[in-house]
Design a protein around this ligand. Structure first.
Ligand code: SAM
Length: 509
């Protein structure tokens, strides 16, 4: 690739994904839950946010659509990533986001506004030590006092188990010739054939056979960017925390609210052991050892301000929450890092019903007798679980809703239009959440048909059949136009009944 990739995998784009982890309302909730004052600019909606190594830039583009009063900078050295997102931004009329075709070193030489928040997702473990130092320097210079950094990385000790897999894939891909996606597919099949023999590392490492099986269903784009970079480093949390101190950053807690709930994954005796550590970074590392963590999503703050218990409670009390699923679709068990936990009906049913009425402040929820009976702590814990599992989300303050709605409408019109061709960010921007709401291509085509005054099943089928897509029902293929249109008519009725009310409540239509 002409030497510009600096050891990063070249010749294959990253997957086109949108992440909710650093959406402002979720950042504010996670910080407040852990007892930190969230940056005022994030709470007000007039912040500046950057995403170095943004890939296709879809998360930043969606956030820019949902936060018209904020400013965004996203950068990546891969020109095809930046070309694609610039076209998308132009189509959506985004004037508050810059998408820069920069290496980290080039970006570090730019001047720009001070940043309230920086997201580094899928970057830290996959670039060289030199590039991490450059990123640290950028954080040191550009992050505003009080600012927050979202940082994800492969963690130790859990990643130890996967190191031979990375090695196997790298070696096998280097041996073959031909296009990289083919070499990746062959390498994964080779690993699966080895795994099928059992014994050795496969027999002695929990979860590795399942991981190889999962890789068979992943795109080569994901596998290339996850496993095939020249640099691939897993970290103990304590080492990351120490490195970030050079940029005056302090560990603030897990970005995923439920990962802050120690008792989910640790016994009382294990929690006591973690508490013996002399500082939070060491305690966190002990927790990772006891839970064998392999991936972390951390928040760091620069000059973060601690909240008193009363201020924390007051800020949480003002926080609004909303459901992301129909109340009847709330599951009876939660899949958590600690395995499957029951959602007790006596708590989750009244909570779900209250949230189904519309966004509610925590204080308003606690004013309901059925929820008051559960108490503050149980309710907060339930909300931490629901928000982490994408079943609920913290909502933005009411202030500024109209401006956000107009901007989201523009952004969403562009997204829906792209679904005609399948060239899509598969999420719509919500002015209530300030974040994305996933929609399938079929749902998007139904919404587009409604806008255009077309018959939904016929409209959706025209576009799907052009792309050679055939629907299925009860494990059987729908053969012919009539069967596919009938299936789409049936799905449209379900869509109107179950999904549309939710999409309307979230302000995306
Ligand atoms: C795994 S992707 C993550 C993308 C995005 N943050 C996300 O989570 O969807 C890492 C991205 O970092 C970019 N990257 C790697 N090294 C870089 C460098 N030295 N300068 C700029 N971008 C770089 C790659 O092109 C790639 O798009």
């Amino acid at each position: 690739m002409g030497g510009w990739t600096e050891g990063y995998v070249g010749g294959i784009d990253y997957i086109r994904a949108i992440y909710r982890d650093w959406s402002p309302a979720l950042l504010c909730f996670a910080l407040t839950l852990r007892g930190w004052r969230p940056p005022e600019a994030l709470r007000r909606g007039s912040f500046t946010m950057a995403e170095p190594g943004c890939g296709h830039g879809l998360t930043t583009a969606l956030l820019a659509g949902a936060h018209p009063a904020a400013r965004f900078e996203a950068m990546d050295f891969n020109p095809s990533h930046i070309a694609g997102v610039r076209r998308l931004a132009a189509d959506a009329g985004l004037s508050n986001a810059a998408f820069l075709e920069d290496s980290f070193a080039e970006y570090a030489r730019r001047d720009g506004p001070m940043l309230d928040a920086v997201a580094l997702h899928g970057v830290w473990s996959w670039v060289s030590a030199e590039n991490r130092a450059i990123l640290l320097d950028t954080l040191r210079r550009r992050l505003a006092p009080g600012g927050v950094v979202f940082l994800s990385y492969n963690a130790l000790p859990g990643t130890f188990a996967h190191m031979p897999l990375r090695r196997l894939l790298v070696e096998r891909c280097a041996e073959g010739s031909g296009p990289l996606p083919d070499r990746i597919a062959h390498a994964v099949e080779f690993a699966a054939r080895m795994a099928a023999q059992g014994g050795g590392w496969f027999a002695n490492t929990e979860g590795v056979v399942e991981r190889i099986e999962q890789l068979r269903h992943k795109s080569p784009n994901y596998i290339a960017h996850e496993y095939l970079n020249g640099d691939w480093t897993a970290f103990y949390h304590a080492d990351v925390a120490r490195d970030l101190m050079a940029a005056k950053l302090e560990f603030a807690g897990a970005a995923v609210p439920m990962e802050q709930l120690d008792d989910l994954t640790l016994s009382a005796a294990q929690q006591a052991l973690a508490a013996e550590a002399s500082d939070p970074a060491r305690a966190e590392t002990l927790r990772d050892v006891m839970t064998n963590r392999s991936f972390r999503r951390d928040l760091f703050v620069k000059g973060g301000e601690r909240l008193s218990p009363a201020e924390r409670r007051a800020l949480l009390g003002e926080t609004r929450f909303t459901l992301l699923v129909a109340v009847d679709d709330l599951p009876e068990v939660a899949s958590t890092p600690a395995g499957r936990l029951p959602f007790p009906r006596s708590l989750y049913r009244p909570l779900g019903e209250a949230l189904a009425e519309g966004p509610q402040r925590l204080d308003a929820l606690l004013a309901r007798p059925a929820l008051a009976a559960q108490g503050d702590a149980a309710l907060l814990r339930a909300l931490a679980l629901l928000t982490s599992l994408s079943l609920a989300a913290p909502a933005l303050p009411e202030d500024g809703f109209d401006g956000r709605k107009a901007s989201c409408d523009r952004f969403n019109a562009m997204v829906l239009d792209r679904h005609r061709f399948g060239d899509t960010p598969g999420q719509l921007a919500s002015p209530l959440l300030g974040a994305g709401v996933p929609v399938s291509r079929i749902e998007a085509l139904f919404l587009l048909a409604a806008r255009l005054g077309e018959e939904p099943a016929a409209f959706a089928w025209r576009h799907l059949s052009t792309d050679g897509i055939v629907l299925g029902r009860d494990g059987e293929r729908c053969e012919g136009d009539d069967a596919n249109r009938a299936e789409l008519t049936r799905r449209h009725a379900t869509f109107l009944q179950r999904r549309l009310p939710l999409l309307e409540a979230l302000g995306v239509v």
